[in-house]
Design a protein around this ligand. Sequence first.
Ligand code: TA6
Length: 298
Amino acid sequence: MSSLSAFDSRLADVPGVSVVSSTALVGGEGDGLQILVIDNAQGRATLTLQGSQLLSFTPTGSRDLLWTSPLTAYAEGKAVRGGIPLCMPWFGKHPDDLPAHGFARNSLWTLTTAEALADGRTRVQLELTESEATLKLWPHPFRFAYTVIVGKALEVELLAEHKGTTPVKFSAAMHTYFSVPEVADIAIDGLDGCARIDTIGGVSRAVQQGPVTIVGRHDSVYLDVPAEQIIKSSAGSTHVVSNTKSAIVWNPGEDALKAADVREHYLHFVCVERGDVFDNALELAPGQTYRATMTISG
Ligand code: TA6
């Protein structure tokens, strides 16, 4: 409960914001993970303090737009399979075999703000700063801050302030798992004409023609993309808008049958991630702050 101890009493004054254990929320054994529940007249979201990882977002009267695996563990040090893991300060595999997608998704963040806004939305903010453990993986002081606003739409802002003294390579992605009835039947608009890097079986480059559809395993990075993508399925359209330059579209296909936390459920999600990766990765100067925003709506 360390990240919450200073916050417990103040949370009681914020209507619709509470912390429960994952065991109480979704079952499982042991203590599980701490989950922040944000509930107001416009929508409801859940988020693990570990990784500051959103797990669900349901606009009132609609369905959960995010997918979280029914087979996932809620265990310390391991990102939940689903929702919006934050991949930072690097995306994907690390050349020195450090943990894939960085350490932000496996670290315990601190809740710093929770407030009911005058227009009925709810805003929370979480922070992560360097520790002995992060300095072993990434030898730089930093402040990461993640702001989440729950309303009819889900709005997030991710800040990464480089507090070190030398320039540092940096990439980040909000690795969103979207719930879809059948992944084979979806189409993703908003990537037509973008440079595409297919990462299956090596790296090959092409230009995306038309909407993206998922036929078997799909793992591609799209560069310099338009602000908005639209995921069209039989459940309706889901809109993703971000100021970031990259989009990543992933579904493991039948490879997932071997993954204990996914199995046949791969049929019911698609990852449409936004961030700045591969050719769009950055070098942060000392004192520079990276800022990524994203809005998800039905
Ligand atoms: O964003 C796509 C990707 O990098 C894939 O290559 C795939 O491995 C996926 O992320 C999930 O990674 P994870 O480390 O969460 O198993």
